[in-house]
Design a protein. Structure first.
Length: 160
């Protein structure tokens, strides 16, 4: 009888602690900050299923996509969703990663799939570079103007 009361008391204390943490917002905070880890865990599980020879190589396409997306979401969740305006080409890159993993580990994969993966990766890189140039274009213009001014000043005109 004593051990039942002891176990019931421990259970009641544990329930109270969980309820208190929930009321204080600890679980909501953890859910908001770390939900991309669930997507990452699914991506790693899909990779594990392939490498344990439970599934064919086709499972690597969604695994690579989910892996890339989870990293983008995790970064934005931690550092701010404003970065998404620069990181959106990562969604195209996710498809490239998935296709490339498939062609890397599947012996009979068509060569065109690897080419598609490279084209998607190159497209994502170009779009990412364009986004960076748009963001830093004002600074680039300022630097060009300063360099042009320095060159003009350094080349003393014979007229002066």
């Amino acid at each position: 009888m004593g051990t039942n009361r002891y176990s019931a008391g421990i259970l009641l204390i544990a329930i109270a602690i969980v309820l208190l943490l929930g009321k204080l917002g600890v679980f909501a905070f953890l859910g908001r900050m770390f939900w991309p880890l669930l997507i990452l865990a699914l991506a790693l599980l899909l990779h594990l299923l392939y490498f344990s020879r439970s599934f064919p190589a086709g499972i690597l396409v969604p695994a690579g996509i989910l892996l890339t997306y989870s990293l983008i979401f995790l970064f934005c969740n931690w550092f701010g969703w404003g970065f998404m305006k620069y990181l959106w080409p990562g969604f195209i890159f996710g498809a490239a990663v998935g296709l490339y993993e498939y062609t890397l580990f599947e012996r009979g994969a068509p060569r065109m799939m690897q080419n598609a993966a490279w084209i998607l990766a190159l497209t994502a890189a170009i779009l990412f570079a364009i986004m960076l140039l748009i963001h830093i274009s004002l600074y680039f213009i300022i630097i060009v103007l300063i360099v042009a001014g320095v060159v003009l000043v350094a080349q003393r005109s014979r007229i002066w």
